[in-house]
Design a protein around this ligand. Structure first.
Ligand SMILES: *Cc1c(COP(=O)(O)O)cnc(C)c1O
Length: 300
């Protein structure tokens, strides 16, 4: 069964953004991976693909993976496993919430078996991430070589990808960023906007997944736009999201893509990005995470 056919891959659009802050000659296009599927959107799915192939090839029928209660990875893994016929366990960080949010509800509705572990216990189990017995283990966020291999395919959905000088995406575990770097060309520069506060270990984590034997673009990781830390969303960020929606009809999520778009704007305004840059921003999805907000906070 081909999951790719079940998701609207042919409908991945490139959306040009015409913003007042774009300097003359500079352009910004957004690759709308969020449109793949309302829940299983964005990069997660690209990152899972080769793990599921590997698991099937090795004869596994069950997958186990890790994540938080609002994790886009958890819900994507639940869906992908169901579609590919795997049983699936989701190990969730922290005690079981009194009222589970949309993410956990959706994951459970896709037949994921949820196991809640205290933070300490979660950490211990995650660190012993070895495929044990009957279950094929995928690390939190799909971090790893096979995750990066899948993410490298994202750029195939951008027609005329060689025309871009800069490719910019959010980065959490660094898996998608490594894939984008591996798929980039030497004349391109790839920037990852880190959404975790002072997460400098990501430098080595990305390096570990970048292929040395293929020519690729230069890259760097930007640590200035985490807005206080993972999933932190101060009023200024929410206001920026409302503006992006009303000015360019671009929906963004509080954890990843709003911070990335904000970073693009700031780096254009402060000339970190050169005049004349032709920028491709990856909208990596994640809109389901906005369901953690109170209804009505965002107009989309
Ligand atoms: C998970 C996620 C990311 C981060 O991807 P990594 O490969 O972990 O760096 C970025 N954007 C969205 C919307 C995500 O859900």
């Amino acid at each position: 069964m081909c999951l790719q056919n079940k998701l609207a891959f042919k409908n991945i659009n490139i959306q040009p953004v015409e913003a007042a802050w774009l300097t003359a000659g500079t352009s910004l296009d957004v690759l709308r991976l969020d449109e793949i599927h309302p829940i299983v959107s964005g990069n997660k799915w690209f990152k899972l693909k080769y793990y599921l192939d590997d698991a099937a090839q090795k004869g596994f029928t069950e997958i186990t993976t890790f994540g938080g209660a609002y994790s886009n990875h958890i819900v994507a893994a639940a869906f992908a496993c169901r579609e590919q016929g795997f049983a699936c366990n989701g190990i969730i960080r922290g005690e079981k919430p009194a009222t589970p949010g949309e993410t956990l509800k959706n994951a459970a509705s896709y037949n994921m078996k949820l196991v809640f572990l205290s933070r300490d216990e979660f950490k211990k189990q995650r660190q012993s991430t070895v495929t044990n017995g009957n279950t094929y283990v995928i690390d939190e966020g799909g971090y790893g070589i096979l995750g990066a291999k899948g993410a490298a395919e994202i750029l195939q959905f951008a027609p005329e990808v060689q025309n871009y000088t800069h490719i910019i995406s959010a980065t959490g575990t660094g898996t998608m960023l490594a894939g984008l770097i591996n798929a980039s060309s030497p004349h391109q520069h790839v920037k990852g906007i880190s959404v975790l506060k002072n997460n400098f270990s990501i430098e080595d984590e990305v390096k570990a997944l970048v292929l040395n034997d293929v020519p690729h673009g230069s890259y760097n990781i930007v640590h200035d736009f985490h807005f206080g830390g993972y999933a932190k969303h101060p009023a200024e960020l929410l206001e920026f999201m409302r503006e992006a929606w009303s000015n360019y009809s671009l929906p963004t999520d509080i954890v990843y893509t709003a911070k990335t778009l904000y970073a693009v704007k700031e780096m254009i305004v402060n000339h970190t990005l050169p005049t004349g840059a032709r920028i491709l921003m990856i909208h990596s999805g994640g809109l389901q995470g906005n369901t953690s907000l109170k209804p009505g906070v965002l107009p989309f």
